[in-house]
Design a protein around this ligand. Structure first.
Ligand code: FCB
Length: 440
C-alpha cells in the first residue's frame, strides 16, 4: 500500500464498520424477528434464501473480533445496535439480554482503546412494526425515538459518536420503490412516505439524544456519483434525477430543510400531508456528516413513468458486486458535500470498500484488488483533506466478511475472511497491509 497514516492530518481517525444483523447472529440472545428474516424467507428475494440467524456469530465472538480491530491499529469501530435485539416487538418491554450485550460490547471496545461509533438502525426493523406499516407509517418516528431513548439510556454515556439511521436511500427507495431490500415493496407512494419518515425519525432521534445530553451526533448518507451515459440533454436530465433521488433528497432535507425540485416533480403528490412542516425536526443540528461511498452510475432516459431512467454498464473495472471502481467520485462528493451542504462540519467516510471472491490458499487470503481499491480511495481522501475539505476520518467496510443482504454470504467485503462453516476468522492480505500502513 502507498497509504501511510502520517500523510493524514493529526487526529484523523481510522476505523472499520460492521452492522448488527450482518454479523451478530440474530437467533441468539432473545432478539425478535425482523423484516429481513421474513424477506429472506420469501422465495426469490435473497440468494439461496440465506439469512442472519448465525451470520458471523459475533454475538459470542465479539472479543476476538475487537481484538482484530485493535491489533490492526484502528482508532474507532463503527457498529450498530439492533432495534429487534433491544425491543423484540419494536415497542414495549426491552430485552435485558440485548441491552446487556451492547453494554458488554461497549466496555470491550473501551478496554481496547477503540472509540465506539454507534448507528442505531442498520435495517433490522422488528417484524411487528413492519406489520403496522413500518417506514410507511408516520408513527415510526415516535417508535424510533422511544427505542433511541432506551438503548442510549444504557450505552449513550460511553459513545464517541452516534448516528440514527444508516443510508436513508436504502431504507426508503431501495426497499420501497425498487423492492430489492426488506420489506421489498415496489410502490411510489410507499417510497415517498418512507423517504420522508426516515428523515423525520432521524430528526426525532437527534432531539432525544440531545435531551439525554449525548454529543457528537451525525447522519450517515450513501452517495453514488451520477453521470450521463452520453452527451445528450436527455441523459443529463436522467443523471440529475438519479442524483436528486439518491443523493440530494436526503442531504437537502437534513442540511437545507428542502427537497430538490427534480425529485418533487415526481414525488410531491405522494408525500404525506403536511410534510413541509416537519423540517424543523428533520434539520435538528448535527455535529458531523458521514458519507458511505462505493461507486458511480451512468444514466440514460427510459420509456415509462417518472423517474424514467435506466442504468448503463460503464467501462471501468468492476468489483464482485459489478460496481465500477471510481475513486475520483469520493473526492468529488467530499468537495461537493462541504461546498453545498455541510460547510465546516466535520465529514467522515463511514463506509468504503469492495467485494471480491476471496479464497483461502494454504492458510492465507490474498486480495490484491482490495488493497488497490482501498489505497486509491484513501489517496482521494488525503488529497481532499490537503485541499482543506474538513474530512476527519475513514472507516473501511467491512471488518470481516458477513451477510451481504440480498446477495447472501457470497459477496465478501471483509478485511478478515470468515469461513461460514467453521466461523474461523483469517485476516486477509489487505488487513495486514492496512495494519502496516497505519503504523507508518
Ligand atoms: C452498504 C451497507 C452495508 C453493506 C455495504 C456493502 O450499502 O450500508 O451494510 O451492505 O453497502
Amino acid at each position: 500500500m502507498q497509504f501511510a497514516r502520517s500523510a493524514f492530518p493529526d487526529g484523523f481517525l481510522f476505523g472499520a464498520s460492521t452492522s448488527s444483523y450482518q454479523i451478530e447472529g440474530h437467533s441468539f440472545g432473545g432478539a425478535g424477528l425482523t423484516h429481513w428474516d421474513t424477506f429472506a424467507a420469501t422465495a426469490g428475494n435473497v440468494v439461496r434464501a440465506e439469512h442472519g440467524a448465525i451470520a458471523c456469530d459475533h454475538y459470542h465472538r465479539y472479543e476476538e473480533d475487537l481484538d482484530l480491530l485493535a491489533a490492526a491499529g484502528f482508532d474507532a469501530y463503527r457498529f450498530s445496535t439492533s432495534w429487534a435485539r433491544v425491543l423484540p416487538e419494536g415497542r414495549g418491554t426491552p430485552n435485558p439480554e440485548g441491552l446487556d450485550f451492547y453494554d458488554r460490547l461497549t466496555d470491550a471496545m473501551l478496554e481496547r482503546g477503540l472509540k465506539p461509533c454507534c448507528t442505531l438502525y442498520h435495517w433490522e426493523l422488528p417484524a411487528g412494526l413492519n406489520d403496522l406499516g413500518g417506514w410507511r407509517n408516520r408513527d415510526i418516528a415516535e417508535w424510533f425515538a422511544d427505542y433511541t431513548e432506551i438503548i442510549m439510556g444504557r450505552i449513550g454515556d460511553r459513545m464517541f459518536s452516534v448516528a440514527p439511521i444508516n443510508e436513508p436511500w436504502c431504507v426508503s427507495w431501495l426497499a420501497h420503490f425498487l423492492g430489492l431490500q426488506a420489506p421489498g415493496i415496489r410502490d411510489i407512494r410507499a417510497a415517498a412516505r418512507a423517504m420522508h419518515h426516515v428523515l423525520l425519525a432521524h430528526g426525532r432521534a437527534i432531539e432525544v439524544m440531545r435531551s439525554l445530553g449525548i454529543g457528537n451526533l451525525g447522519g450517515v448518507f450513501n452517495l453514488e456519483w451520477a453521470e450521463p451515459a452520453d452527451d445528450s440533454d436527455e441523459a443529463r436530465a436522467a443523471a440529475a434525477r438519479y442524483d436528486g433521488i439518491y443523493n440530494r433528497f436526503f442531504l437537502g432535507g437534513v442540511f437545507k430543510g428542502a427537497y430538490p425540485d427534480v425529485v418533487l416533480e415526481g414525488l410531491e403528490p405522494h408525500l404525506p400531508a403536511g410534510w413541509q412542516d416537519d423540517f424543523a425536526t428533520i434539520q435538528a443540528p448535527l455535529d458531523w456528516c458521514g458519507l458511505n461511498y462505493y461507486t458511480r452510475k451512468l444514466l440514460t432516459p427510459s420509456e415509462g413513468p417518472w423517474p424514467g431512467l435506466d442504468e448503463v454498464e460503464g467501462p471501468l473495472p468492476k468489483t464482485q458486486m459489478e460496481w465500477e471502481i471510481y475513486p475520483e467520485g469520493l473526492a468529488k462528493f467530499l468537495r461537493r458535500t462541504a461546498a453545498e451542504y455541510t460547510g465546516d462540519l466535520p465529514l467522515y467516510i463511514t463506509e468504503n470498500g469492495m467485494a471480491s471472491a476471496d479464497r483461502v490458499t494454504e492458510g492465507a487470503v490474498d486480495d490484491p484488488d482490495r488493497i488497490a481499491y482501498l489505497d486509491a480511495h484513501l489517496e482521494e481522501v488525503r488529497k481532499a483533506a490537503a485541499d482543506g475539505v474538513p474530512v476527519r476520518g475513514y472507516f473501511a467496510w467491512s471488518l470481516m466478511d458477513n451477510y451481504e443482504w440480498a446477495r447472501g454470504y457470497d459477496m465478501r467485503f471483509g478485511l478478515v475472511h470468515v469461513d461460514f462453516e467453521s466461523l474461523q476468522r483469517r485476516p486477509k492480505a489487505s488487513y495486514h497491509a492496512l495494519k502496516e500502513a497505519l503504523a507508518r
